[in-house]
Design a protein around this ligand. Structure first.
Ligand code: HEM
Length: 223
């Protein structure tokens, strides 16, 4: 049953929609957390510490955080795998196999594909930058994310990488949210406008919220 579902295009689209919505929930929480940077180092670092102790004493130190990390990794892998397989299927199904010129994928398909690749690379960079500190520009300090974020956005390439990725994120969510609604059967002709508006507002709020942090550092509001 699960096998047949996974093999079907509808099954893969459902996996994409559900994993996408899980990541979207995470991003809503992440952007709210990030905005605490405007209330100073104390509040931001305190919040980062809470992320590690949440659920105690039922959970041990970092258990909840690891649970979230596992769910996110599963979601990212499921999302990318089904996207790749759907796009292979799409290419194979094209009728123009014997024609030299390949038909161009639609604008939406191309932005989703490239946006997805940019976001995948960004997530790897971002974790190496602000979680492990491997590619961090300043002296990375474990437990002091406020200073680490300020260091990242004090370099021109830090600003460029994050802002470009956040714009890609906005476009990806705008189209992805709407697609997910269609796949999950929430979409209808009457709801089309409302769904498109929700997707636009969500994408705009998330992009603006995330970009506010590098802009805050660049303008000296956060230092
Ligand atoms: C300007 C935008 C962003 C800023 C300033 C930012 C900041 C941070 C910081 C400071 C951490 C480390 C938290 C800690 O160790 O306590 C972190 C972790 C993380 N961020 Fe972001 N983030 C941004 C955008 C994003 C976006 C767009 C995504 C996803 C597409 C994302 C995904 C993650 C993930 C997966 C982690 C690792 C969580 C963990 O396992 O500890 N972030 N972020």
């Amino acid at each position: 049953m699960a096998r047949t579902m996974w093999d079907s295009s509808v099954g893969k689209k459902t996996v994409m929609a559900v994993s996408g919505l899980i990541m979207l929930l995470y991003l809503v929480a992440h952007v709210i957390g990030n905005l605490k940077i405007f209330f100073g180092a104390g509040e931001f670092n305190h919040y980062a510490h809470w992320l590690r102790t949440v659920g105690e004493p039922f959970m041990h130190y970092e258990w909840t955080l690891w649970l979230i990390r596992i769910v996110l990794v599963v979601a990212v892998v499921a999302h990318a795998t089904s996207a790749y397989q759907l796009s292979r299927r799409d290419i194979r199904a094209r009728p123009s196999k014997y024609v030299h010129k390949k038909p161009r994928a639609s604008y939406a398909t191309r932005t989703m594909r490239w946006g997805g690749i940019i976001l995948g690379l960004f997530i790897v960079w971002h974790i190496l930058d602000l979680t492990t500190g491997t590619v961090h520009s300043g002296g990375f300090q474990e437990g002091h994310p406020y200073q680490n974020v300020v260091d990242t956005f004090s370099t021109w390439y830090g600003d460029v990488i994050y802002i470009v990725a956040m714009l890609a994120l906005g476009l990806h969510i705008r189209h992805g949210f709407w697609s997910a609604a269609q796949t999950l059967g929430v979409g209808s002709r009457t709801r089309e406008r409302a769904l498109r508006a929700t997707a636009d507002v969500l994408a705009l709020l998330l992009t603006a919220g995330f970009i506010a942090v590098p802009v805050g550092v660049m303008t000296g509001v956060v230092s």
